[in-house]
Design a protein around this ligand. Structure first.
Ligand code: PRP
Length: 216
């Protein structure tokens, strides 16, 4: 049987996902010793892991070249969903928030506001739900810079510890939504490899439920 191919978001989520596979008893040595390699085996050939940037994880899964993916809900909300979302993995927890300069009321006044973000779709939807017409500017990274240099009145971004906002004299003005890592599946893979995928999901569920209980 060919291995199930799973796309992992490089970085923080990658580390947590590998920890999860190890908890399930799969050998992850190839991932630990990967060097610059991008495709590795996990277990005894049950899984093949592909490392990709968050938005690319969705692309690989949607196109069916990866059966499964691990990606943040933030990327899912921004990039659409022609795939199945199978499981909330319970790690990578953070939230989307609207932030702006300290002691400045973002919602004050009638003038149209400008918001910088890496997530224009999420941002537009959030302000549409408030019936507010805002100008959205897409920024690729370190969005916190935008209000500091006067490009925008606020930002919509991920807040985890809040230390990036604090270090830049910014603060949360409004809460958008909670985020965590999700297991996603290609729609055809879910039919063709149903048993293997269901088996993995129930094993992961058992571990993540235990973890969530012991953390609460
Ligand atoms: C994210 C996010 C914030 C920061 C928030 O950036 O865009 O800048 O983390 O984390 P904190 O609340 O714990 O400070 P990331 O580190 O992923 O880098 P990026 O800005 O290059 O995307």
């Amino acid at each position: 049987m060919k291995p199930l191919r799973i796309a992992l978001t490089k970085g923080r989520l990658e580390k947590k996902t590998i920890e999860l596979f190890e908890k399930l008893g799969y050998n992850c040595d190839e991932v630990h010793n990967k060097g610059r390699k991008l495709i590795m085996n996990i277990g005894d050939g049950e899984f093949e892991v592909v490392l990709a940037k968050a938005a690319d994880v969705i692309t690989y899964v949607e196109h069916g070249v990866c059966d499964l993916g691990v990606v943040g809900k933030d990327t899912i909300l921004e990039n659409g969903s022609s795939f199945y979302e199978l499981l909330d993995l319970g790690f990578g927890k953070c939230r989307f928030a609207l932030a702006g300069r300290k002691n400045v009321d973002f919602y004050h006044g009638y003038g149209s506001k400008t918001v910088a973000t890496k997530y224009p779709n999420v941002t537009r939807k959030f302000f549409e739900s408030k019936n507010m017409d805002v100008r959205v500017i897409k920024i690729e990274g370190s969005v916190e810079l935008a209000p500091l240099v006067g490009l925008s009145d606020g930002i919509v971004d991920i807040v985890e510890t809040g230390s990036t906002l604090k270090a830049n004299n910014l603060e949360v003005k409004d809460y958008v939504t909670d985020i965590s890592a999700r297991l996603i599946a290609n729609t055809a893979s879910l039919k063709l490899r149903k048993n293997e995928i269901e088996d993995l999901v129930s094993k992961m569920e058992a571990v993540t439920i235990n973890d969530n209980n012991s953390n609460s």
